[in-house]
Design a protein around this ligand. Structure first.
Ligand code: SF4
Length: 702
């Protein structure tokens, strides 16, 4: 066969919040191995193992091809009509709050936008939450407390411009590998750069560390609050910045002083050497270009919001924000965790970085011409599934996520779904744990089959572009939601024929009566033609008259989005996690390098199973010896909520009294490895983010 011209497509990797650009090439209808997009400013051609195996994870094996109702194949119109009828009946009988949607950071922004609009603008409830609640809700809450807005201040380039890189609650080498590659290259180029890793475990990221602080789990807020006290004590403060651009410094410092009286006491609290703590404080105090990079080890905590603010406090105290190489920097877990926040995909948000104040409700109502706008915030994920269990939610639609694996106390969530009158799951895969609990299954188009945008951890909006036809009757999520909206009688408000139409409306809403009062502004991207949308280059928001090419850093102008324009210190009185019952070991959870979340796609690539092929538990030699557990043997990890069967990895990378279990394995790959069945469902009181890093368990030989 003569070779045809190579077809090229630029798209974005869906496997983590770094958001790398990917080059897709096809020849004679065959997909060639993917490559990194050298022009994409977030990865400059780099890919990690997961990204470079993308073409191996898109087979149709296991795909959901057709709508199913109670296990029987149906047409789209039958399924859509059933869903719309049920929503109407539930609203009529029980009110709109008996309807709920649960979305995902795997949805594209356009998918998210229409789902959020339907629920909050037309069904009349804000019971739309998302698995981003498990990912970034605490970072959002701490940004809003400090800045008055959910604004990520920095950019990836800051990682290369820093002289001190502090990674806390992050195993970037495995969870955000391309950013880690950028850090490695930066340290090589700047041998004076210091890297401090704060993590109870010795992880692969520690290979880059000049100092590893293996702190007691959950004690991060003590460390950063003590650092604030130290900066005050040693007068390493930016007095000018504090006086002109912040408020609340005095009470934050006083609280820090009361909580952290001496370095020795704090080191005991953290369970590390006082000399190591002093070294870190000294480096921090002396290094103007400091980035504090944090992820789920901070966020997935019952005090995650305070932890985030404790980090932001030390950056405000030293004026290290809005400058090259100087910023607090939360890193999202999912490819579009940020896009969900932008459209209002969390239950306590309304839309486009607007909440439920009277003025913002009025603004959104007028823009959407909403027939039934939600009046108040809805239920956050853990509360939402508890309401399902109590029978208060009669209709639940789960989109692109697998909460029967990922939610805390996952078996309780499984039980809860039995109390729903109708559970709808839209997914690309047929046999997830959650799909098994659905009455109606809707086949969703997957990565490579649909068009839209995602926003990565540095606020960069990139296009995902389709280059393959969806299999069977699979359709994009935005189309599915739009069809239901039409069947509910809202055709005028959901008159979209392409994701470009939705993006345009999203951009216009972000700019509507904005006048610079909100950080999120895409006015410069509204009014694009279909061709311009198709060709859209990656860009960091905002994109408006002032920043037509996007904005690299926020707060370089010292203007925050609070009422008085000043950043707020939050007085943090740090708390250690409460003692847990149910076992004498503390279970920590997280990602492995080569799998994505519940493995529905990465589980398909043999290459990605080579790194770690089966679920395991890392356990310290002393804990293993105490229990008669041998390296490589099977071990049962259990508590009153459930039981897992895992391979024991005996390793002194663990602290004693703690074990680590990866988050990925599901019933499809291992019948007893769903770590969510053991995790604690306590949540952060402000953000509602669950504690997924601190559950009490037991371990015994199997
Ligand atoms: Fe994909 Fe993340 Fe790897 Fe980049 S770092 S290639 S976005 S998984």
């Amino acid at each position: 066969t003569p070779l045809t011209a190579t077809q090229q497509t630029q798209t974005t990797c869906p496997y983590c919040g770094v958001g790398c650009g990917v080059d897709i090439s096809q020849q004679n209808g065959q997909l060639l191995p993917v490559a990194g997009d050298s022009r994409h400013p977030s990865n400059f051609g780099r890919l990690c193992v997961k990204g470079s195996a993308l073409h191996e994870t898109i087979s149709h094996n296991g795909r959901l091809m057709y709508p199913l109702m109670n296990g029987q194949r149906s047409s789209w119109s039958q399924a859509i009509n059933l869903i719309a009828d049920k929503i109407q009946q539930v609203i009529h009988t029980h009110g709109p709050d008996a309807v709920a949607f649960y979305g995902s950071g795997q949805l594209l922004t356009e998918d998210y936008y229409v789902a959020n609009k339907l629920m909050k603008g037309f069904i009349g409830s804000a019971n739309m939450d998302t698995n981003s609640r498990l990912c970034m809700a605490s970072a959002v809450a701490s940004y809003k407390r400090a800045f008055g807005s959910d604004t990520v201040p920095g950019c990836y380039e800051d990682l290369e411009q820093a002289d001190l890189l502090v990674l806390t609650g992050s195993n970037a080498a495995w969870a955000h590998p391309v950013l880690y590659q950028r850090m490695v290259a930066a340290k090589k180029a700047n041998p004076d750069m210091k890297v401090v890793v704060i993590d109870p475990r010795r992880t692969a990221t520690c290979d880059l560390a000049d100092l590893h602080l293996a702190i007691r789990p959950g004690s991060d807020a003590f460390l950063f609050t003590a650092l604030l006290a130290y900066l005050g004590e040693t007068n390493n403060l930016d007095h000018h910045f504090i006086a002109l651009h912040t408020e609340g410094f005095g009470s934050a410092l006083e609280t820090a002083r009361q909580q952290c009286r001496s370095l020795k006491e704090v080191a005991e609290q953290l369970d590390i050497e006082a000399s190591d703590l002093a070294q870190f404080f000294h480096w921090f105090a002396d290094t103007p270009r400091t980035v504090t990079f944090y992820s789920q080890g901070i966020n997935q905590s019952a005090t995650g919001t305070d932890k985030g603010n404790a980090i932001i406090n030390v950056h405000l105290a030293t004026g290290r924000i809005g400058k090259p190489g100087a910023t607090p920097f939360s890193i999202t877990g999912q490819p579009n965790a940020m896009g969900g926040r932008e459209v209002g995909g969390l239950a306590n948000q309304l839309a486009a970085h607007m909440d439920f104040s009277a003025a913002e409700r009025d603004r959104v109502r007028r823009f959407w011409q909403a027939s039934n706008l939600a009046e108040r915030p809805g239920l956050k994920a853990v509360d939402l599934f508890q309401a399902v269990k109590r029978g208060e939610i009669k209709f639940l639609w789960i989109m692109s996520t697998n909460p029967l694996v990922s939610m805390p106390d996952a078996d309780d969530v499984k039980e809860a779904l039995k109390h729903c009158e109708l559970v709808v799951v839209s997914d690309c895969m047929a046999d997830t744990d959650t799909a098994a609990a659905a009455h109606v299954l809707l086949p969703a188009a997957s990565w490579g089959e649909k068009n839209g945008t995602v926003t990565n951890s540095e606020r960069r909006i990139s296009r995902q572009r389709g280059f393959l036809p969806p299999p069977g009757e699979a359709m994009p999520d935005w189309w599915i939601v739009t069809q239901v909206a039409h069947a509910l009688g809202h055709a005028d408000a959901f008159n979209y024929s392409h994701p470009a139409d939705i993006f345009d409306e999203h951009a216009r809403l972000s700019a509507f009566e904005n006048n610079g009062s909100r950080d999120f502004d895409l006015s410069g991207l509204s009014g694009m033609s279909r061709a311009q949308y198709d060709a859209m280059a990656p860009v960091q928001w905002p994109v408006n008259a002032q920043y037509p090419q996007g904005r690299q850093r926020f707060f370089d102008d010292r203007r925050f989005y609070t009422d008085n324009g000043k950043a707020r210190f939050i007085a943090v009185a740090p708390e250690l996690p409460l003692p847990r019952t149910g076992g004498d070991l503390i279970m920590n959870t997280g990602r492995v390098r080569d799998h994505w979340h519940t493995m529905t796609r990465t589980g398909k690539a043999p290459r990605l199973a080579q790194h770690i092929s089966e679920p395991y538990a890392d356990i310290h030699p002393q804990d293993a010896a105490l229990r008669g557990i041998e390296d490589g043997s099977l071990v049962r990890i259990f508590n009153p909520r459930g039981s897992l069967l895992l391979r024991a990895h005996i390793s002194d990378n663990q602290r004693t009294g703690e074990i680590f279990v990866p988050m990925h394995w599901t019933s499809r790959y291992a019948s007893a490895a769903r770590m969510g069945t053991l995790t604690d469902n306590s949540v952060d009181a402000i953000s509602g983010q669950p504690e997924l890093k601190y559950s009490a368990v037991n371990a015994e030989p199997f």
